[in-house]
Design a protein around this ligand. Structure first.
Ligand SMILES: O=C(O)CCC(=O)C(=O)O
Length: 280
């Protein structure tokens, strides 16, 4: 018995590699998430940067709650089963009138995971529309194998290496993922997707939460994840604790250790040592 997705929605995910829009929380609750993010940004002197954009569920109690949100987990359970890890979180923030973009790519390229059973819940904290750089995807592209990518390290590219698929993408075939605050999309780790800059007058903010079944392995080194539902009979990942409050010094230190090690996986073979170095 499915927990949240209708048969048609599950079928759409299997066929297209993406399903949306799915409501997670009210627009007011999403606005409250945005307020908490921006309160921290104001106090710390500017937009969330570098390693703070990654594995942020170890730093902020409200994000630790979001990765465990029942509606997100119910939908992901319908696709991946009942024993779930949150492997990572990544903020995708596009500032107003800003050239930041995301090249066409498959998430699976550098993640080091042993099989493509990974679902991203992309949760909108602001509207995401064609006028502010919403994601687009190529339906059915998740059914292809891993496609070779080239690393560009382009300055305005929000991806770790500015990686892009080495095949021509027919943009006329893309579907744009337009979302209201508090809605999410679910996409497959092999889906070819990307997004253009945000020319609008407001920020576009999304939190990408990456979920895997506990049976998935990391092949590229030691790694950690958060058990968010069910049990872990495998022990493939160091299990991460849950912060009870924002920016607890112990968790700040843990986050630093974990993001450095995780960057070692994502940047392997490039000479880049950390998310902060790439963002500099
Ligand atoms: O937020 C975007 O525009 C792109 C996000 C993305 O590439 C991802 O979540 O995998």
């Amino acid at each position: 018995m499915p927990k949240l997705l209708s048969n048609a929605q599950t079928e759409q995910y299997r066929r297209e590699g993406c399903v949306f829009p799915l409501r997670v929380m009210s627009a007011a609750a999403a606005l409250e998430c945005r307020r908490q993010l921006e309160e921290f940004e104001r106090a710390s002197g500017g937009p969330l940067r570098g390693e703070l954009r990654h594995k942020s569920h170890l730093l902020f109690a409200w994000i630790a709650g979001l990765v465990r949100h029942e509606r997100i987990l119910d939908a992901v359970e319908d696709l991946l089963g009942a024993d779930l890890l949150c492997w990572t979180t990544n903020f995708f923030i596009k500032e107003a009138r800003n050239p930041a973009f995301v090249s066409w790519h498959q998430d699976s390229t550098y993640w080091g995971l042993d099989r493509p059973d990974v679902v991203t819940a992309w949760v909108a904290l602001t509207p995401a529309s064609e006028s502010n750089g919403a994601m687009g995807y190529i339906p059915g592209s998740h059914l292809m194998d891993q496609i070779p990518h080239r690393d560009t390290f382009a300055k305005d590219n929000l991806l770790t290496r500015g990686q892009e698929v080495m095949v021509e993408v027919d943009e006329a075939k893309q579907v744009r993922i337009c979302l209201q605050p508090g809605e999410m999309s679910l996409h497959h780790v092999r889906l070819v997707h990307g997004s253009p800059p945000n020319p609008s007058d407001d920020r576009r903010i999304g939190l990408a939460i990456r979920y895997i079944p506990t049976s998935v392995r990391q092949l590229a080194g030691e790694d950690s994840a958060t058990l968010v539902r069910g049990g872990d009979d495998y022990g493939h990942f160091e299990l991460e604790p849950r912060p009870a409050r924002d920016l607890d010094p112990q968790f700040v230190a843990l986050h630093k250790r974990i993001t450095e090690r995780n960057a070692g996986i994502l940047y392997r073979g490039t000479g880049v040592k950390s998310f902060d170095e790439r963002a500099a």
